[in-house]
Design a protein around this ligand. Structure first.
Ligand code: BTN
Length: 266
């Protein structure tokens, strides 16, 4: 990847989009600050100095070749997996904080409640937030926004990570920075390098393997959750997650939801 480093931009996703239309590919755009950072569901992404804000511009056809089921939704799994693998290296308890899903599935393919014996639990909240669970509260460290342009044939994977940036008061309850967690400042570009390395390694894994790794870091599987979609809200215990979405047990029935906002209830 060629890396374009900027001091300020409205949004690295938007910038990649423009470059994508001009035919550019295999680029990473990173900016010190974003004046109009965007999140999922048209939310704002606070992007003051000290955080890591970057977007990857990928070729759609090249990416599809790597997807056995043509499901480009895999990009989100690849992104969040690579972020969590990166961040765990920078946190003290990082190595044993994830729940090992393979040991947690019984014969009926139901997941037992994950056991968390560590209050610095780093993992992925469905679909692709990287969070830490502290005293039973979820705090967001990183978010991902992916976009696809079918006409010009490219993908943009935007990643925002709270590193040394201060978290605005209005989101203090739901967000945290790596600096707050680690008690010191971190080198953003070192983190970006490590992320790229992890991403490139994961890129060549097959779909099943990526999903398996993603699930290992999932803090959503086994939880009782509420999923909010544009037309309904569903509560239930999460049995599984795959490239098609999330599976909840609700009054002895299994509900499948492809996408939505997820709230961990208990
Ligand atoms: C979310 O959790 O809602 C996704 C947040 C994605 C933020 C990143 S920061 C870099 C890139 N540029 C943007 O405008 N958004 C993404």
């Amino acid at each position: 990847f060629d890396i374009i480093k900027l001091k300020e931009i409205d949004s690295t996703n938007k910038y990649c989009y423009k470059l994508g239309k001009k035919g550019k590919r295999n680029l990473i755009v990173v900016s010190d600050i974003q004046t109009g950072g965007v999140g999922r569901l048209e939310r704002k992404w606070y992007s003051n100095f000290g955080g890591l804000y970057f977007s990857m511009l990928l070729d759609l056809e090249e990416f599809k070749k790597r997807c056995s089921n043509n499901n480009i939704g895999k990009l989100n799994f690849l992104g969040s997996l690579s972020v969590v693998e990166t961040l765990k290296c920078y946190l003290k308890n990082g190595n044993n904080t994830y729940n090992d899903i393979d040991n947690n599935i019984n014969d009926n393919n139901k997941v037992n409640s994950a056991k968390y014996n560590n209050n610095n639990n780093l993992g992925i909240k469905f679909p692709n937030d990287v969070i830490v669970r502290i005293n039973n509260n979820d705090k967001k460290l990183s978010g991902i926004l992916s976009e696809v342009n079918m006409n010009y044939g490219f993908l943009v994977l935007g990643v925002g990570v709270n590193i040394n940036n201060s978290i605005p008061n209005e989101i203090k309850d739901i967000a945290i920075s790596l600096k707050e967690l680690g008690g010191k400042e971190f080198d953003r570009f070192n983190i970006l390098d490590k992320y790229i390395c992890n991403f490139e390694n994961n890129y060549f894994l097959d779909d099943d393997k990526i999903l398996k790794k993603y699930k290992r870091y999932s803090l959503t599987i086994g939880k009782y959750v509420k999923i909010i979609t544009p037309n309904k809200e569903i509560k239930g215990k999460v049995l599984n997650i795959d490239y098609n979405g999330i599976y909840l047990e609700n009054h002895n029935e299994i509900e499948h939801i492809s996408v939505g906002d997820c709230i961990h209830l208990r």
